[in-house]
Design a protein around this ligand. Sequence first.
Ligand SMILES: C[S@@+](CC[C@H](N)C(=O)[O-])C[C@H]1O[C@@H](n2cnc3c(N)ncnc32)[C@H](O)[C@@H]1O
Length: 396
Amino acid sequence: MGTPFELFFARLQESLERGTFVRLRLTPRRAKMEGADRDSRAEARLVQLKGQNQLSVTVQQGSQTETRNHPVAEGLSWIRENLGHPFGNAWLGTTAKDWQLTVQDGGAARLVGHKPAQTTVPSRVHDERRETILDDTAGDWMKALGILNAEGRVLPGKTDKFHQVNRYLEILTHLVRECGWLEPAAVPKLTLADMGCGKAYLTFGAWHLFRRVFQWPVRVMGVEQREALAAAGNRAARAIAADGLEFVTGAIQEAPLPPLDALIALHACNTATDDAIRRGIALGARLIVVAPCCHQEARPQMQRPEPLAPLLRHGIMEERLAEWLTDGLRSLYLEWAGYRTKVFEFIDTGHTPKNLMISAIRYREPFQAEEAREAILKLKQFFGIVHHALDPLLGS
Ligand SMILES: C[S@@+](CC[C@H](N)C(=O)[O-])C[C@H]1O[C@@H](n2cnc3c(N)ncnc32)[C@H](O)[C@@H]1O
């Protein structure tokens, strides 16, 4: 059988040999660590360099990051030496199964298998950024926002956000084409708002796409209720002389905004996603794209109608259904408001479990789609939902 530690290494080695390796993450046992070790973390990727497989290991300690590429055997020795101390936890992602190793005080270890977060092999290209929208030309603002280190490498704690934003921008490109805005004669002076923009990664990303990649005259506005974040966004925009990019402090519901062509939101908390949708409709946005965050509104109201009651006794099923219902209703409210919608997973769950996206393009007069209105009312009645944050649209 072997110890959990040996089994973990056997799984790691096997995944590297069979090509099923996705990534390895090492983190400290936070409560137990002192000083700089408390914040240290490492991530290993498999990359091809000059035709050879190498383990590219990025270690972050406080504000310092260092990436080293090791031949695979050497990389494995490095992992062996560092597991236990300073890293008490290891998460191995493979396309077949994920493995979590926890090393306890005194060296005892526990190994747990999980459903794989990612079932496809990631790119083995050494510098993934060369293939993405966020390539070297985005280096200035990605460094200013702390996504990249001084050498231009994505910081280990930022890789998921980097992939989310990059994928969001790829999808935005397709949607912009669907809107007809990529036709040379149709290039608008586009006005776009990013609602609940937080640290502004997506806001800068959208500005980069429209201003630098498409080279359009664009106005991109980030809306954020936390003043310090909006101020930091404005400072970073000034630092790179980003024309047409600005940040507004305020609530999504009422921040001063001009009429919009497009509205985006990534993980705006709970009903802030609904506030964003309502604001987008009210400001005339032709394109609305939201990736919702947590869902807290429907579940406490939801009844357990027959024949679903026996399934909904299980908390996880009730939770998933509440999320599914909330997002399904959001797409119906958008249809009622004259939009054609799509609901899909925009990125692998390995990068975020909050991976649902709702895209909407307006194609008809608002508040005429009676079939959507009826579907909303029937669903609400069936599940006993008394209040949904988009209900005010029904009075329109
Ligand atoms: C989970 S963060 C996501 C930030 C960013 N969009 C991203 O994906 O990195 C949600 C952000 O929305 C902001 N927010 C939540 N509700 C808001 C509201 N009603 N008005 C403005 N900002 C809001 C929060 O302050 C927070 O910064």
